[in-house]
Ligand binder design. Structure first.
Ligand code: ATP
Ligand code: FE2
Length: 339
């Protein structure tokens, strides 16, 4: 496990194995896991919400999580030995979904008489990626449905070097897929279509300094569907959007003289994106890292793992401070476990 946390700040952590339960449910995936400092991921149970039509409806997703959470948490509790803390995704995410998760986490913490740890979902994606890949100080490209950011750790925080000015790349892919009448999630379907395309249609390439934008690109791609095949539009969309992300990631590495790039978040499963980033890294003599797929998408293990790191540093969330944070940014978090 990669952590520079000074365990002396928690006397228990020196001699005793610690196990944390983590509850994730910011959007589509209700996922609960146990992470122990000796065994890593002990168990993980998930219940994904798949909308019948359209995108994720926050209230429907929350109803799904509420209906499933007792069963999912119960299964994980049966696999537990002695839980040291209860971690939950405090944000960012969809308000109604976050509230279901926070309510369950508070109840569990009170019932088990164990500390509550409110976790930032974005930082959890980063930390589990670093743990799974064994990399410590990379430039991070975090690409998911709602989020697209390039980050690096510096002086006690994950600093956002560049980010989307409008929608996340995953939401852009999902939106384009909906225009093709494909069911959510759209990212994997666009990837499949793109593999059968090959004619590049020029689309808006929008990088502004270290930031990027996908909204105009998505509208232009939807418009192009009236004149070109879905395969060629999917191919051109991916080539354009992923080149934008690769350009900004490379600039971050060049400025900071970093030799590692870590890809995290659900869109990180895309093979073409991985290929473009890997080629860029190889060309500059740098290393490219991508975690196992189960740690790319939303997962309870990442919440339990970051909860464990935070708990060891005494970063506990009192009940009165446990309100959900739908717009919680990663750079708001004081990263005490790395100091
Ligand atoms: P966040 O709160 O971090 O934004 P999220 O709720 O979007 O998370 P993730 O599981 O991290 O959840 O990412 C889901 C996104 O990943 C969806 O937009 C989905 O279409 C996209 N995605 C999944 N697989 C692929 C793929 N192979 N290619 C492109 N996009 C993908
Ligand atoms: Fe996510």
């Amino acid at each position: 496990m990669q952590s520079s946390c000074d365990h002396s700040c928690n006397p228990n952590s020196k001699d005793k194995e610690m196990e944390v339960i983590g509850i994730e449910g910011t959007a589509w995936n209700l996922s609960v896991a146990l992470f122990s400092d000796e065994e890593g991921v002990v168990c993980e149970v998930e219940s994904p919400y798949v909308p019948e039509r359209g995108g994720i409806h926050p209230r429907e997703a929350a109803q799904h999580h509420a209906a499933e959470i007792k069963r999912v948490v119960g299964e994980v509790l049966r696999a537990s030995e002695e839980i040291s803390g209860v971690a939950f995704s405090q944000g960012p995410g969809m308000g109604p979904c976050l509230r279901v998760v926070a309510t369950a986490a508070r109840a569990l913490s009170l019932l088990l008489r164990k500390p509550l740890v409110g976790v930032n979902h974005c930082v959890a994606h980063i930390e589990i990626g670093m743990w799974n890949c064994g990399v410590y100080d990379p430039v991070v490209l975090y690409v998911s449905g709602a989020n697209s950011q390039v980050l690096v750790y510096h002086f006690g925080r994950y600093r956002v070097l560049g980010e989307t000015l409008d929608i996340g790349i995953g939401n852009a892919l999902d939106k384009l897929a909906r225009s093709m009448n494909l069911q959510h999630p759209g990212g994997p379907k666009i990837e499949k279509l793109a593999a059968d395309g090959g004619n590049y249609i020029p689309l808006p390439y929008v990088v502004k300094g270290m930031d990027f934008s996908f909204s105009g690109l998505t509208t232009a791609a939807e418009d192009a569907l009236r004149r070109y095949s879905a395969e060629d539009v999917a191919f051109s969309f991916q080539e354009t959007a992923f080149a934008m992300l690769t350009e900004v990631s490379e600039r971050a590495m060049a400025h900071l003289k970093k030799e590692d790039l870590l890809l995290v978040g659900g869109v990180g499963a895309n093979k073409r994106l991985q290929e473009m980033l890997r080629t860029m890294c190889e060309d500059r003599g740098a290393r490219f890292h991508v975690p196992e797929k189960r740690f790319l998408k939303d997962n309870g293990a990442m919440i339990a793992y970051l909860g464990l790191l935070m708990l060891k540093c005494g970063a506990i969330t009192e009940i009165e401070n446990s309100a959900v944070k739908p717009n919680f940014r990663p750079d708001e978090v004081e990263v005490r476990w790395r100091i």
